[in-house]
Ligand binder design. Structure first.
Ligand code: DGL
Length: 274
């Protein structure tokens, strides 16, 4: 049973892991948080591409996963072609879910909430042009929300007022009815963002790429493990057991709460990549 390595700068990998875990509860996942290079959103394109390519190579050398997920919009929107050139395994990226958002929007006004880097990417421009040319698109870049998501997983108390400030430019657009959470950290703040819109009597649908990515992984895993029948697949899964774990690129200087949260999510141990 091939393992699935899920790479992000931090807890964004957890939001993708949770979606994969929902569909494939027995799939071994290696959740890689590149805390040494956190945050990705403030790096130049060249630096980030080099970082992600070299980290992915280290992860593949060390753990030999069957599949790699770049669980980060900021990295996927620039590094996927380079990764696919040098690594010989299926690589799934996470990019803004603009196509379903445009379809879903009644008023044809959508928001894209991402890191400032993803907001500026040509890749994002191209997605908007291809799939949302009939929509007004409000783009908001926030580095602070990335930090707040990290703090939440670390057990810190979340200040809704602070989140409200970050999404204010969308809150103020009355008919904006769909927001694309285009950073993998942000689904971890889904409830808080929903509560803020609800408190302001602003109906909103939040969407992200997590469930689509998980379905793609399921298809790939089934094809890899399934030369024969569905029964073979179940047997292989059971044998592999539930042995997902977390990997950091430097010692995670984290609270016991943080490590407990990882454990509660089914990550049985924490390693530092050497
Ligand atoms: N989680 C990452 C994303 O999806 C970015 C977080 C960061 O800036 O490090 O874009």
């Amino acid at each position: 049973m091939p393992s699935v390595a899920i790479i992000d700068s931090g807890v964004g990998a957890l939001s993708i892991y949770q979606e994969i875990n929902k569909l494939l509860p027995n799939q071994q996942c290696i959740v890689v948080a590149d805390n040494q290079a956190f945050p990705y959103g403030n790096k130049s394109q060249a630096d980030l591409k080099n970082r992600v390519v070299s980290l992915a190579r280290r992860v593949v050398d060390r753990y030999s996963p069957g599949l790699l997920v770049i669980a980060c919009n900021t990295a996927s929107t620039i590094a996927l072609p380079a990764l696919r050139d040098i690594l010989n395994l299926p690589i799934v990226g996470v990019v803004p879910a603009i196509k379903p958002a445009a379809k879903l929007s009644q008023h044809k006004i959508i928001g894209i909430l991402a890191t400032p880097a993803t907001i500026r990417r040509d890749y994002t421009d191209d997605l908007i042009e291809e799939f949302a040319s009939d929509c007004e698109v409000i783009r908001v870049g926030s580095s602070r929300l990335v930090e707040i998501a990290e703090d939440k997983i670390a057990g810190a108390k979340i200040d809704l007022k602070e989140i409200e400030l970050e999404v204010k430019a969308m809150l103020d657009v009355e008919c904006l009815d769909v927001i694309v959470l285009s950073c993998t950290h942000f689904p971890l703040l889904n409830n808080e963002i929903s509560d803020i819109f609800e408190a302001n009597n602003h109906p909103i649908t939040l969407i992200d790429s997590g469930s689509g990515v998980a379905r793609r992984i399921r298809d790939l895993v089934e094809n890899m493990a399934l030369p024969g029948t569905g029964d073979d697949y179940d047997a292989v899964q059971d044998e592999a057991g539930h042995a997902s774990f977390a990997v950091f690129t430097q010692s995670p200087d984290k609270s016991a709460d943080y490590l407990r949260t990882l454990q509660n999510m089914g990550l049985c141990r924490v390693e530092v990549l050497d």
